[in-house]
Design a protein around this ligand. Sequence first.
Ligand code: ZN
Length: 283
Amino acid sequence: MKFTWPNGARAAVAVTFDVDAESAILAVDKRFAARASTMSHQAYGPKVGVPRLLGVLERAGVHATFFVPGFTARRYPDTVRRIVAAGHEVGWHNDLHEPPYSLEEAEERAILERGAEVLEPLTGGRPRGFRAPWWELNERTPRLLVEAGFAYDSSLMDDDVPYRLQTDAGTLIELPVHWSLDDWEQYAFLPEPDIGAQIELPSKVLELWTGELDAMRDEGCLLVPTMHPFLSGRPSRAKMLGEFLARVRERGDVWVARAGEIAAHADATLAPGDVRRLDLPDV
Ligand SMILES: [Zn+2]
């Protein structure tokens, strides 16, 4: 097995949501703010998707992790309060969904430091986790995350178990993700901007994710399904998530926990010297 999980579990699952709301579209072009239907497609996430998904999680007895941009927290503070009240974790997802590669260092640092400032009044604690918009870290983001007090990131794809990332400022736990476990590639459709053109069957996604779950149980991996309430909050998709979580429970050997708990377990399990560094091609 690639990793040791609590109580002899064969795999771990961190159920995660990125509560982008309008920010993912406005980060492309702020002029979309004037397009009421496009904005309403995004507002569905915090208004309808999150409450429905909270019900699915409650019925499944699962605590999840919600990565929230500052924009969403300011515009929908009650949505964030409901997430926290239901026992879920809240992490930072930049302010207006800015991809780190588009930012200068000072700007990126300021946005990461804003995470605690914006979220703490709503959640009662500093965010421990970070997920980069579009999962695009840059070379310095891990160091800036350590400097801003984050304990873990969940944006890289070069493994399927947690690992410790060494930076010049200290270490960070990485909880790797993958596009095959992201609802965006299955369900994202808008005429403009081009966020994707897929409306796949939830049954297909259930099959895809169940296959990944069982193969990961063979090897001791970490599964990080990543969903967006404006997509997976639709009725048939939320229902599929409930069915997927029932399958996870039926297996009887999978540890389901908040990303922060999995990061803390990894931090306690990995030897302190067991570190990796970001290794980007020098071209
Ligand atoms: Zn996002």
